[in-house]
Write a protein that binds this ligand. Structure first.
Ligand code: PMV
Length: 334
């Protein structure tokens, strides 16, 4: 077995996914197929670096701390998937996995996207799996849906697919990072971890939210429109689609029983301040995920002014302006 190091960048969906489709309806399975497609922007700077190599026993560290909880279980279950894909009949060799998150973990900033993408890439190279990026992305999806999108830089689309075995549920790059000089401002509204994990939340929404079916039914149209808007570098068009996709997803979450509310008061104040600035001619659009932070899309040249405006909102802790990020990379260390 080799030791391999991978770096994968996080991504934020401009058109969101929320919900799983199962091979057997009603049964969440290991394929982890999304109920709707999604389209994301990969983020520069926000990334996970993971080294996978041989170890005396399975061990996992995150940011230098040994981890033995459910997160470690997920990591080794994922290495098992990679090992199964190699077709080897022997038991998987025990592995040492060391990850460093250059972003907050489990705070709705897509650490699972960069985390599972980096783990897939490093794990595949360490365990000797010969697979192209598309196949690796399909494997990454089984760890976390959004991770399927983090194998590539720029703008990436994950199609829902129709087949029960998930073979047509694939991510693909649609535009490279240098296609468009936009910025995504990550507006931090708290330091804490998120309350409800996305997998559990999605299943609760599927079972109880009256808005789940309309959410699923209406999202395909957003995807096509969003891809066309990015192709034309049309900020007001992509911004409008992006905000609508986000509010539909949160409406579906809010109508879940019990309700799933990821926002805090500052989240809403940031969105209001953004809308007020937009009324005044500053073009910027909001999205938010399974957490209280707001991500704001704008042109590179207006990013400083948008940032200054949002820093004035009481409760905003920090703002990072991020450009479209690169492809994931891997190197064999030994
Ligand atoms: O598959 P997960 O657990 O990474 O869920 C991602 C869900 C959202 O971030 C809310 C939306 C998305 O498409 O990234």
């Amino acid at each position: 077995m080799n030791t391999a190091r991978a770096i994968a960048h996080s991504n934020i969906a401009l058109v969101k996914y929320w919900g799983k489709r199962a091979a057997v309806p009603g049964q969440v399975d290991d394929l982890n197929l999304p109920a709707v497609g999604s389209l994301s922007m990969t983020l520069a700077d926000l990334r996970t670096e993971t080294v996978v190599g041989p170890g005396d026993s399975d061990s996992f560290s995150l940011n230098g701390e040994p981890i033995a909880d459910s997160m470690a279980v997920k990591v080794f279950r994922h290495l098992d998937r990679i090992w199964t894909a190699t077709g080897e009949s022997r038991e998987r060799p025990t592995c040492r996995v060391d990850s460093v998150n250059h972003l907050p973990t489990a705070a709705g900033l897509a650490s699972s996207a960069s985390g599972f993408a980096a783990l897939t890439l490093a794990g595949a190279h360490a365990l000797g799996l010969q697979a192209d990026t598309s196949a690796l992305s399909t494997l990454a999806r089984r760890g976390s849906g959004s991770a399927a999108r983090s194998l590539w830089g720029g703008f990436v689309r994950l199609d829902r697919g129709q087949l029960a075995n998930g073979s047509d549920c694939r991510a693909r790059p649609v535009f490279p990072a240098d296609h468009w000089q936009v910025r995504l401002l990550i507006v931090h509204t708290t330091r804490g971890k998120k309350a409800v994990g996305s997998t559990a939340g999605m299943e609760e929404s599927r079972q109880t939210s009256p808005y789940y079916a309309p959410w699923v039914d209406s999202s395909e149209a957003d995807l096509g429109a969003a891809e066309a808007a990015i192709a034309n570098r049309d900020l007001s068009r992509i911004g409008t689609i992006m905000e609508h996709s986000m509010f539909k997803m949160h409406a579906c979450m809010l109508a879940t029983r019990p309700p799933i509310l990821y926002w805090n008061g500052v989240t809403l104040e940031v969105i209001r301040a953004l809308w007020a600035a937009r009324q005044g001619g500053l073009e910027a659009y909001a999205t938010s995920d399974a957490g209280p932070h707001v991500k704001v899309l704008c042109a590179a040249e207006s990013a400083p002014e948008v940032e200054a405006t949002l820093r004035r909102v009481a409760g905003v802790i920090d703002i990072q302006a991020v450009r479209p990020g690169p492809d994931a990379t891997v190197e064999i260390l030994s």
